[in-house]
Design a protein around this ligand. Sequence first.
Ligand code: ADP
Ligand code: ZN
Length: 729
Amino acid sequence: MTEHFAEGELIGVLTAEPLDRVLDYRAPPGGAWLGAFVEVPLGPRKVIGVVWGPGRGDWDPAKVRAAFRVIDAAPMRAELREFLTRAGAYTLTPLSAMLRLATRVPGLGQPPGMRKVYRLGRSEPQRMTDARTRVLEVLREFGGAGLILKELADQAGVGTSVVKGLVAQGAVDEVESPRDTPYPALDPARPGKALTEDQARAAQALGHGVRSGAFGATLLKGVTGSGKTEVYLEAVAATLSAGRQALVLLPEIALTSEFLSRVEARFGARPAEWHSGVTMTERRRCWRMIGEGGASLVVGARSALFLPFQNLGLIVIDEEHDSSYKQEDGALYNARDMAVLRGSIVGAQVVMASATPSLETWANAKAGKYQRLDLPARFGTAVLPEMRVIDMRREDLPGSEWISPTLRQEIKARIERGEQSLLFLNRRGYAPVTICRACGHQIGCHHCDARMVEHRFQKRLMCHQCGETAPIPEACPECGVVGKLAAVGPGVERLAEEAAAVFPDARLAVLSSDLFGSARALKARIEEIAAGDADIIIGTQLVAKGHNFPKLTLVGAVDADLGLQGSDLRAAERTFQLMRQVSGRAGRAEAPGIAYLQSFQPDHRVIQAILSGEEEAFWAAEAAEREAAGMPPFGRLAGIVISAPDPAPAFDLGLQLARADGALRQAGAQVFGPAPAPIARVRGRHRVRMLVKAPKGVALQSAITKWLGGIKLTGGLRLSVDIDPQSFY
Ligand code: ADP
Ligand code: ZN
C-alpha cells in the first residue's frame, strides 16, 4: 500500500463521528501520509480524522470534498491503527468509537507554541469571595502546575472573569509558557536497589524478554511487599536502555504519587502521567511527547493504553486482577486483555503483576501461554500477616454494632502500643438501607431499582447507581409517619461512629471515595495517615489497593462474608482477592501483622482458603469448577443488555432475539434469557439481560454480529454487547 498520497488523490479518512464507514476525501495541499491526522469538512463542520488508507472510490467523484489540511502531530502508526481495528473487532466496538479513545487529547488541532497558563500569585486579594477562594483552592491543589483559563474556571466552578479579577490584583499570575516540552530524561543506568535472589531472578527473566525485542506475556506473582514493583522497575530500566518506551498502568490514581516518587528515586526524574487527575495542558503534552519520543515512561490509568507510543517496548499492569481495568461504559474493554493484544502487535513485553491474580491470568500461566515468575517472600524482615477468623456466631454483640469484642480487644492493644489498625468494610456511606419502622417501606431511588444509601457526613441519601441525591426526610415518603425512619446495616460512616464511641480518644480516619473532593486531597490524606496521623483507619476497598501504611499491624475485615452472597460467577474469586489484598496491608514494616476476618460462616470453603493461604489449591478448585461449567476462562461469555424507557419493548426485543438465534446455534453458541436484569431499572431505563455462552474455540464475535445484524433499534431502545463481562448487574 502506498504510504503517501499526493494532493488530490483519494484518501479514506476515519473520524470519531458515529458513522459506520471510512469516508472518501481528496488529499489536502501538500498531500498526506498514511496515518496522518487531517482536518476535513463534514456537513457544515470541520472535524479531525486519520488517513486510514486509500479512498474506496465508491462515491460520486464530483461530490468528494478535499481535506483542509494535515495537522501538526505525529501520524498514527500502523501498529496503533491495527490495534484499534482488532480491539474494536474483539469488543464489537465501532472503529469510530475506538478512534475516540485514541484521540482524547485537548487541542489536537492547535499548533504547538506558547500559551497562557495561570498559577498562584504572591499577594492576597483585597476582598475574599467564595468564588475567589475556590479559584485559589484549585491552584493550591494542583501545586505548581499551571492551568489554562477555561480549565481553571471550570474546576473552580466560576466564570473566567473571576480569574481575570484575581490576575489584576496579583493573587493569580498569568504567564506565557511553551506548550508541549519534552519530559526530563530518565536515566536507566543509575543503580537500583540490591535485589534479593528471587527478585534478581525475576528481574533477569523480564530483562531477557525486553532485550529479545519480541512480544511476551508474564505473570509476576508475589505477595504484597515482596518487591514486585522493584522487579518491574528493572524491566522498565531494560526497556529504556534498549531505547524503547514503557507504560505502567495502575488501578487507582491515588497510587500514582507513591509510584512517581519511586520512579524518581530510581531514574532521577519523574515520568509522564496520564489519568483524570492531570491538567489538560499536561494531558496534551503527554499525548504529543509520547508520539514524538519526548517521553519514555508513562504511568497512567487504563486509557493510557490508547496513547500514540512511538516505540512501545513494555506494558506493566499492576494489580492486574483489579476490576477497575474493565471499562464498563461506552467501549467495553478490559485493559489487561487489550494490553496483551497491543503488546503482541507491537512486539512488547507485557507484565501482569499481582499478589492475587485473576483466574484468567492464572490459567493462562498454567497453560504455558504466559511465563510465570514468583516472589514467594516479603522483602526484609516483614512477614506475611497471620490470618484468623472471628466466629461471629460466638461473639456477644448487639444487632446494631459490628465490631466484635475480640476485635475491640485487639484494637485497644494496638492503640496502646502506638500502632495502627484498619477496619475494612466494602460499603460506602452510613447505612445501605433506610427503612420506615411504621410501614416497612424502604427508601428507593426514583430513577433506579436501587435503594438509597444514607450518607450521614453529607446529610444526604444517595443512589449508588445513578448518583442522585436527596435530603434525608423526616417523614416516611410512603406512609407519612414522622420520626420512624431507621438506618439498617452498616457502612463505613456508621462503623466510624461505633469506633468513636468505643475508642473516644482514638484518632479516626475514614477513607471512602465519596469523602474526598479530588484525587489530590485523597492522596494528601493517605500520606498523613502513612506518617502516623490516625490510630484507626476505616476504609472501603480504596484501602485495599497497594497503599503502604508502615505503622499498620492489625486488619479487621468487618464483614468477610459480604462478597460471598451473590450468585456472581466471580464472587469467590473476588472475595479471596479482596480479603488477601486487604490483609496484606498489615505488617509491611518491622512489626508483624495480623488480620482478622469476622464471619458468620467460618467453615465456608472460600473463608478457609483465605485463612490457609493455600492459593494454588484455591485457584485449582475454582478453575475446575469453571471448567466443568464451561465458564470463562474455559468457555466464552457475552452479556447483552437491552434497555428502554418502558419495560415491554425491551423484553419484546429480547424475546425476538432469543427466537431468532440461528446464527448463534450454527456457530455452537447458546443464548439464555431474556430476563429482567438484577438491577432492573437504572436512570429511568428498564433493563433486560441476555447471556450468550459458547465453548472456547467458537468465533463468538462474528456469530453475534450476524445474530444482531438485522435488528433496528427504535423507540428509545438501546442494546449493548459486553464481551467477557465482569459484572452482571
Ligand atoms: P510489592 O510491589 O510486591 O508490593 P514493593 O516493590 O513495593 O513490593 O516492595 C515493598 C517494600 O520493600 C518497598 O518499600 C520496597 O522499596 C522495599 N524493597 C523491596 N525489595 C527491596 C530490595 N531489594 N532492597 C531494598 N528495598 C526493597
Ligand atoms: Zn438512581
